[in-house]
Write a protein that binds this ligand. Structure first.
Ligand code: ZN
Length: 440
């Protein structure tokens, strides 16, 4: 009897487990997808790209990073391969945020987490799951002329993605169908027309054709810039100075001269000069503490200009300052500016996120300016290219500036002198200021 009851109980548990694990239909808007339960932890997952497409989300995936975007709202998920260990698996799936999972060629995303993050409703019953993104509505449409360009400002009640279909033709994804026309007095624009479309509202900019168009996303707001070449006006540039090492990590050491102290002094002084000139400046550390590479990279990712400061120490290191840059190939992580998340217009239904980064050549120009400022104080610099962790992760113009070598006696004398430290700070500040174009 007891045994029979136990068997019934076991069967029930097994059935429940089997039921929980089974894939079920997932309706995302009008798209029929499938929800599955990797590892059987009761957390629904689905294939990332079709899911993003069904919701009209921007999609960016590389290596161990997945980013989904709607207007200025970005959801980032770490991507992990399905682990062998159950404990690890459970942690990945039930953590915050839950990890996206790599299963062979497929990337799976946690449905509920992503749905909620974008303000979708998530629910369902025995026949399947349902994710719905409420339609957005256009609250206002204004235009202005700024720096010789027309700026069209569209405000919505949530974040919205827009897709450029053709010159002067944009789709406002998921925006409640509206119809209307507005006459504008702009430089290039004459009329704005709204027409209902299958994916949302279609926006036609009469007069824009033949002129560059760019889009910038702000919270619940989309700005479309129309006009001759130029860039979307950027917020006040951020300069990040990164004094290497710190705390238990002294860096290069010679007697009581330590790399971590020298670079901190120079960094602080350069920051003071730049702040006085009106720039926003942040240091990755402003005291003698250890800061992880990840933390440094997080700050570097927001920088328009990054100067990482080091001192060489190895007896083999050549004397004199060195300027190192990284301009190679594709960057391993996406680049962000925290302030205005700018999605440059791309063709097709699913634009790939292309973040606002320094125009090509910026890194070389900054390195050149540093070199010429060094020349003014009688120093010449070695230059080199190196795929350093921090440089790879900086979207702006990034250089590693090696002030000199502690194993060389004349470098050492210079690095120890507070007058020379100030001179270095001046070199950095002047180079950065002229890079950014004088005052700010
Ligand atoms: Zn160093």
């Amino acid at each position: 009897m007891v045994l029979r009851r136990l068997l019934v109980a076991i069967t029930f548990v097994l059935l429940a487990a089997a039921a929980a694990q089974e894939a079920r239909p997932l309706l995302v808007g009008a798209e029929a997808l499938q929800a599955e339960y990797p590892g059987n932890y009761g957390v629904s997952y689905t294939e990332a790209r079709p899911f993003a497409q069904a919701l009209g989300l921007a999609y960016w995936q590389s290596g161990d990073r997945l980013i989904l975007g709607m207007g200025s709202l970005l959801v980032r998920l770490p991507v992990s391969a399905i682990p062998k260990s159950r404990t690890v698996f459970k942690k990945l799936v039930t953590g915050t945020p839950p990890h996206a999972l790599r299963d062979g060629k497929r990337i799976l995303v946690p449905v509920k987490y992503v749905a909620r993050a974008f303000g979708c409703t998530y629910g369902g019953g025995s026949n399947g799951l349902r994710v719905l993104l409420p339609a957005a509505s256009l609250q206002s449409l204004n235009n202005a002329v700024s720096n010789g360009r027309d700026v069209l400002v569209l405000r919505f009640d949530r974040n919205v993605n827009v897709v450029r279909q053709a010159p002067g033709h944009w789709t406002l994804l998921g925006v409640r169908a509206e119809e209307g026309m507005r006459t504008l007095t702009g430089l290039y624009l004459s009329d704005v027309r709204l027409v209902p479309g299958p994916l949302g509202s279609e926006l036609f900019l009469d007069g824009a054709s033949g002129f560059p168009e760019e889009v910038a996303y702000y919270p619940n707001e989309v700005r479309i810039y129309v006009g001759e070449k130029g860039t979307v006006p950027r917020p006040r540039p951020l300069v990040v100075i990164d004094p290497g090492h710190g705390g238990a990590d002294a860096g290069a050491v010679y007697g009581n001269l330590k790399e971590k102290d020298i670079v901190l002094k120079v960094a602080r002084q350069a920051a003071v000069i730049l702040k006085r000139r009106g720039y926003r400046v942040r240091l990755t550390r402003d005291k003698d503490v250890q800061v992880s590479m990840t933390q440094r990279a997080q700050l570097a990712a927001q920088a328009d200009v990054l100067v990482s400061l080091h001192v060489a120490g190895s007896p083999l290191a050549p004397a004199g300052p060195g300027i190192f840059t990284y301009t190679g190939g594709t960057r391993t992580t996406p680049v962000f500016t925290a302030r205005s998340r700018t999605l440059l217009a791309g063709g097709g239904y699913q634009p790939i996120l292309r973040y606002y980064a320094q125009p090509p050549g910026g890194v070389a120009r900054l390195a050149g300016l540093l070199e010429s400022e060094l020349g003014r104080i009688g120093l010449s610099a070695r230059k080199g290219e190196t795929p350093l962790y921090l440089l790879e992760r900086a979207p702006g113009a990034a250089v590693l500036f090696e002030l000199g070598s502690l194993s060389n006696s004349s470098d050492r004398a210079r690095l120890a002198s507070s007058a020379q430290q100030s001179a270095y700070a001046q070199v950095i500040a002047l180079a950065v200021a002229s890079f950014l174009g004088g005052g700010s």
